[in-house]
Design a protein around this ligand. Structure first.
Ligand SMILES: *Cc1c(COP(=O)(O)O)cnc(C)c1O
Length: 427
């Protein structure tokens, strides 16, 4: 008797499970931009594990590296002892990413997930400045452990902490009050004013496109102004590039175009390139003031992930081809979404995002986005929603997607919006 996958998971796994509810099929195989259910039906993956799979599922080049590594009995677990794979990754990250961009960071491996990278960043800024408070932004998402939750906007997720989240303060993100209000002026004034009631913070943490918070993209001018505010008030700047990095918006780091120099950068999701957990906290050398072992952990840098990450950097970041292709395909997505927005005016669609991280906010009814995702799934596509009201349809296809598959996906979305409007009785 074969195992009933859905029934077994439902019986044994915690009710906290989430994506399985949006995409309720048993999956087994995956290749490139498609995953397959156990009946062999293909699903075009426009979610890519929330941007973990920028180079596609089971990328053949990376798979080869992984199989060779395992076959040769090379070391898999080594805590943070010296391994060849660790050194090779660090060398490649410097060679292909940091040096060509004139960046100087030490790499900390804080534990395998994104929120681990954010927790390390928060500890560092507090240790360096000897101040407690960190400023974050409305609709920010930085992870689910309590330090990261304290700088996350979403009320539902914050409540999960079970106690008050402190030593943080939320500031309005770019455009929060509409395009006529400069949220930098607001923040700068609060920080300068001795009567504002804001204790001097340690740092500001920001995303450049709010991946979970509804795909609001800040302008590069705004981002530069955030850095200026940090310098003016002697605060450290943390850019959380966990979802936006690894080329998702075009350049390797999403903030490159702004010409800023964050004190700390967090990187995770697509860094291993293969869906293996790996996270980095990049720290300017002058802020790398830990005592050895002061921030420790069992899984701080996994050798299998190092091996695939190194190969991914060689393959995709030794020249600017992927970046140019991402920018080109991003424009293609933008045009297609704009067409969909114009075609269905009753949906009140607004374009969101940047690069290959774009979407539509449906202002007519928050239900529309979820219904589009549902209809798309019925038609063989995985696509998620985003935002505190889940009112934004979010496109995160693997960066390596062909134009042909991209167009197939965009057409599924077009038809799904039409169908969703009918199901939601909007016309
Ligand atoms: C996904 C994400 C995190 C958290 O990463 P986990 O691996 O889920 O802990 C933090 N910040 C941003 C911007 C993210 O997208």
């Amino acid at each position: 008797m074969t195992l009933d996958v859905m029934e077994t998971i439902e019986r044994h796994e915690s009710v906290v499970r989430s994506y399985i509810r949006t995409f309720p099929k048993p999956f087994d195989r995956a290749q490139g931009v498609r995953i397959y259910d156990t009946d062999g039906n293909p699903y075009l993956d426009f979610f890519a594990g929330a941007s973990v799979l920028n180079y596609g599922h089971n990328n053949p080049e990376l798979k080869k590296v992984l199989l060779d590594y395992i076959e040769s009995d090379r070391i898999v677990h080594s805590l943070d002892m010296a391994s060849v794979a660790r050194a090779e990754f660090l060398d490649a990250f410097n060679r292909y990413i940091l040096e060509p961009r004139g960046m100087s960071y030490r790499v900390q491996f804080p534990g395998p997930t994104g929120t681990n990278a954010v927790e390390a960043a928060l500890k560092i800024v507090r240790k360096v400045t000897e101040r407690h408070k960190v400023l974050s932004f409305t609709n920010a998402f930085h992870g689910m452990t309590v330090g990261s939750l304290a700088v996350t906007g979403n009320a539902f997720k914050r409540r999960g902490a079970g106690f008050p989240l402190t030593y943080s303060e939320s500031m309005p993100y770019d455009g929060y009050f509409g395009k006529d209000v400069d949220t930098i002026d607001y923040m700068d004034k609060l920080l300068a004013d001795k009567g504002s009631g804001i204790d001097k913070p340690a740092a500001i943490i920001t995303e450049t496109v709010q991946g979970e918070g509804g795909l609001a993209a800040c302008s590069m001018e705004w981002l530069k102004a955030v850095e200026d505010v940090c310098r003016k008030h002697d605060l450290l700047l943390v850019v959380d590039d966990i979802q936006t990095g690894n080329g998702r918006t075009g350049p390797y780091f999403s903030f490159e175009e702004a010409g800023i120099s964050p004190d700390i950068v967090t990187v995770s999701k697509s860094i291993s390139g293969y869906g293996l957990p790996l996270a980095l906290t990049l720290v300017k050398p002058e802020h790398d003031i830990w005592e050895p072992g002061e921030h420790n952990g069992t899984f701080r840098g996994h050798n299998l992930a190092f091996a695939t990450a190194k190969r991914a950097l060689e393959l995709y970041w030794s020249n600017d081809e992927l970046q140019r292709e991402t920018e080109r395909k991003g424009q293609l997505i933008y045009s297609a979404l704009q067409k969909i927005i114009d075609k269905y005016p009753a949906a009140g669609g607004e374009h969101r995002g940047r690069g290959m991280m774009r979407g539509i906010r449906f202002s007519a009814d928050a239900e529309i986005a979820g219904t589009v995702s549902e209809v798309a799934f019925e038609n063989g596509m995985i696509i998620e929603t985003s935002g505190p009201e889940d009112d934004v349809l979010k496109l995160l296809p693997p960066l390596i997607i062909s134009d042909e598959d991209l167009n197939i996906g965009l057409e599924i979305i077009d038809r799904a919006v039409g169908e969703a409007l009918q199901r939601c009785s909007i016309s």
